[in-house]
Design a protein around this ligand. Structure first.
Ligand code: HEM
Length: 117
């Protein structure tokens, strides 16, 4: 059970790595845009995060205040990705006010995960 939980944590980390990595690639190339890979990675983070929110394969209590905040942050990232890709399709460009918070909020969620125990 514990090994299975660790595998789900690993897949959760892959979701984070792909979401943040996909965003960094665009930021470093100075392309203010969202990509489909970000959506897939967000879904991976959500599904595995929800699976990890159930208390199985654990010897400690879960921090549900932290989990709740992470879920809200993820929903905001999802909304930004949705609004961003719709605007991008319509106008061909994306406002930095949508692009930057996507990376910052992703990093915030990873920070919450590892710093707030
Ligand atoms: C962009 C979104 C997210 C990012 C970047 C993220 C990041 C992380 C990271 C880096 C860890 C590993 C922490 C560690 O083991 O030291 C983690 C664990 C975890 N995450 Fe997320 N996460 C995200 C979304 C979510 C969501 C939406 C939920 C639940 C609704 C969630 C629930 C959890 C749980 C329960 C753990 C394991 C905590 C434990 O076993 O003690 N995460 N997350």
């Amino acid at each position: 059970m514990e090994i299975l939980r660790n595998v789900v944590v690993l897949v959760h980390l892959v979701g984070f790595a792909v979401l943040f990595g996909a965003w960094v690639v665009e930021a470093v190339a100075r392309r203010v845009r969202v990509t489909p890979l970000m959506n897939y990675a967000l879904v991976i983070s959500l599904v595995t995060g929800l699976a990890l929110s159930a208390p199985w394969g654990l010897d400690h209590d879960l921090n549900y205040a932290k989990i709740g905040i992470k879920l809200v942050v993820l929903l905001v990232i999802g909304a930004l990705l949705g609004i961003g890709s719709a605007r991008q399709k319509r106008t061909g460009s994306l406002s930095p006010a949508i692009f930057w918070p996507i990376g910052i909020l992703t990093l915030l969620n990873a920070g919450l995960a590892v710093i707030w125990r």
